[in-house]
Design a protein around this ligand. Sequence first.
Ligand code: PLP
Length: 400
Amino acid sequence: MSNVSSLLSIPFHRAAIGDEEVAAVSEVLRSGWLTMGTRTQEFERRFARYVGAPDAIAVSSGTAALHLALDAIGLRPGEEVLLPTTTFTATAEAVIYLGGRPVLVDVEPNAMNIDVEDAARRITPRTRAILAVHLAGLPCDLDALQRLASNYGLRVVEDAAHALPSSYGSRTIGSISEFTAFSFYATKTLTTGEGGMVTTANAQAAERMRMMRLHGISRDSWKRYHADGSWRYEVMEAGYKYNFTDLQAAIGLVQLQKCDAMREARRRIAEQYTLGLQDLEEVELPATPPDRESSWHLFILRLHLDKLEIDRDQFIEELKRRGVGCSVHFIPLHLHAFYQREFGCGAGDFPRAEAEYRRCISLPIFPTMREDEIERVLQAVIGTVRMTAKPVPAPRYAAR
Ligand SMILES: Cc1ncc(COP(=O)(O)O)c(C=O)c1O
């Protein structure tokens, strides 16, 4: 092991999995029913209640959740979906699965969420939907997006992969738009290893998503083998193999009970970071508008590069040398080879997203972080800033 990696003692993320999750999984293993069944149904019911949604459909990933939501709105080949360039590729990929065209939009300067005015400028007669990503867990300006959507007859799908639990005004994310997609990937705020969920108030769409997540078959597999089920089933569509499993549900049910406490733990870390770094002129801290509450999935620090001798990449290297693992969310989609090749976009197309990308760093923020780890992250950031800050020019006094 090199010196640097042996020093890397604070990972970017460590999943909060305890004995309760292990016991719950063991119970499912012993039950003899491993795939989608009654525990998945219970997880769906409890998840729906938790976010205040009428219905929730559990699936194999957040990407599958986005795909099924876009399928449910009937997205057709050639139709366009507006989405921010600052997101993970899954957001746009789901559009492409259905032959749609992701139309990238620049981000607003404060939260790095989709810029509603830029979105409005990119609407064409082919635009069908808006994919609203709540970056880091901070909700987008949903009122403005809903207004835009209703003015142009567009559907809204929220990509809430980062936003469990987050709220906008008095409403919890998952209970607001027609469709909301969540991810339970290993680093997310509720994890089942892999997994996802769509919440919706649209009963017809929920029925279709339940069918499409399991090969387009008219009845879920558990019913086929259950006492009140039958061996008979019918294939209605060419669906997908996107079902959840009871093993995942067992973990999810335990994680859901801890979800509020885990958010509170992250909120406290965010508060400590804010208090510890607020006096540094060289960094900008995340701001939360008063009408929103973030899940604090990520804590994104932005550097004032003009006040530092080093760039973002060097800053991350220095934090790594000091034993702190960091990440970057996200490399804007228009800077990736695939989007450049397929959609003709390129560097310079989305100036705000690029400027923010060049200066952003995601610090570790996870519920099992110890006080000494939080303190070490703070000292690493402060130490790096002090070591690399540009000297402040001496004040010039007017000649007397
Ligand atoms: C913004 C965003 N959307 C969608 C996804 C896809 O989720 P999953 O990995 O569960 O498919 C992710 C995953 O990292 C994400 O960050």
